[in-house]
Design a protein around this ligand. Sequence first.
Ligand code: SF4
Length: 240
Amino acid sequence: MSIDTLADSTVAQLKAAYDKHGDKLIYPCALGSEGMVQIDLICHHVPGIRIMTLDTGRLPQATYDLIQQLRDRYNLAIDVRFPETQAVETMVHEKGINLFYDSLQNRKMCCGVRKIEPLRKALASMQAWITGRRRDQAENRAAIQPVEHDPVFGLLKYNPMLEWAEADIWTYIRENDVPYNRLHDEHYASIGCACCTRAITVGENPRAGRWWWEQEDALAECGLHVTSLLAREGESGDGI
Ligand code: SF4
């Protein structure tokens, strides 16, 4: 599929979702490379779509710089959501500032407080949300459908970037001079919190740069799209 065809298809899906849900549709963007393409398409073709992201308090400086770049480039005031101060303070007091390295349980607690709860709050009044998920990102994403019911939040979930491959994303970014996180140029594939993200080496799975001290493959899904994990774990939510 050509880049133009991919872009047209994504825009058509975004427009259809926006026509149906209006301001009850939101794009919680993790600010990855596919997110930059989708933001570019939204700003140029469906500017009414609400875009949000989460500031966990532990993001790399490069990500803050990117948020500012997006504002300058598109006049885009991304809705930046923060975790509850009291919840962060209590967690840090009880478990330590770098609790996530100590145990899986602590890492999940930190992601819960800093990501999942703020996202849950942001989605509470929504009918539908948009993701930047692509089929080629992981084997367990091969079965993703363009529109899905999200059993955790009880919302519709739109996946307009499904058919884009990694190479398509970067072609679009280069051809359209789209801003992106400069850490990608330092071999960071998937960028989250600074303390939980590292560069990868040639041939490594892109998700190997996240929570690398944990061994189980499934754990590397606890980024913006943890629906299935949370459902499996018996929680009632989803997260960024
Ligand atoms: S990625 Fe790391 S620092 Fe960020 S919320 Fe999860 S455990 Fe906490």
